[in-house]
Design a protein around this ligand. Sequence first.
Ligand code: NAP
Length: 288
Amino acid sequence: MSVSGRTTVVGLIGYPVAHSLSPAMHNAAAADLGLDLVYVPFATPPGGLASAVRGLAALGVRGVNITIPHKQAALPYLDRVEPAALACGAVNTIVFERPAPTAVQAAGYNTDWSGFAADLVALGVPVQDRDCLVLGAGGSARAVVYALLRSGGRVHVLARRPQQAEQLLADLQPRIDIGRARPHDLRRLGDLRPSAPLIVNTTPLGMSPDVARSPWPDALPLPAGAFVYDLIYNPTTTRLMAQAQAQGRPAVNGMGMLLRQGALAFELWTGARPNLDVMRRALGPSIA
Ligand code: NAP
């Protein structure tokens, strides 16, 4: 890849960013399309967020992804935030729009929810009128619950601190109808009697290096007809996925969501649709 004065710069702000898979994924997509574009990780400690957003705008950067710990904190520094990102309470993508050479507008988007929703569609997993159990109520759960409600699911949010699940739904309420969503204590998982549920793990339980952990108790059979979606993608087969597969229930990891949120961000910056297989291959060797 050669960089010139005409090269479009996009990137990632987060802290840390050294282990991010996004540069490999985006740079491969740009090369495949023959675009003169480079994706650069910018390590941005918490106190530096405001000046980073201003500085990237001033430097002519086209856009950035935003990751931990800035996804929520970035909202006040943007000129415009799309309604879905406001609902999720987080942005993972900024586009620096330049309506005139001297004018820059920072627009915030959330492609986590839409990447998750698009992956379910691609997998052929129905959501409409389906019981959906969302395990965990943190940042990614907001995007997942929003996507499931938009797709017409009956959503149960299960958190070890039930008030976190209640708060998640209270925060979504002004932006989407939460009439089909309920908060629960994760310890009462066994009391629910869902029919053929979609089970989505949004907790970090099972993520490398703690690969032996699972949010689903061994003693509790996975319901008939269940489909398991684990947001974790490292390892590629999590303990929860192995539990599901041992009981004949289909299960996928979060690689599809990761790819699709990236592809949607790439499209926002470039207007071009990247090749998902190219992006997937670029991730391959990086994942244990
Ligand atoms: P987060 O904001 O920290 O939320 C994690 C949630 O899990 C919280 O509700 C937390 O509860 C709960 N939790 C943590 N440890 C738990 C335990 N031992 N037992 C029960 N609940 C527990 O994290 P996040 O950003 O949502 O990320 C969660 C996972 O999703 C990570 O593994 C991340 O890599 C993955 N993810 C994947 C994608 C993708 O594209 N595939 C995108 C985003 C995130 P407390 O607040 O009580 O700790």
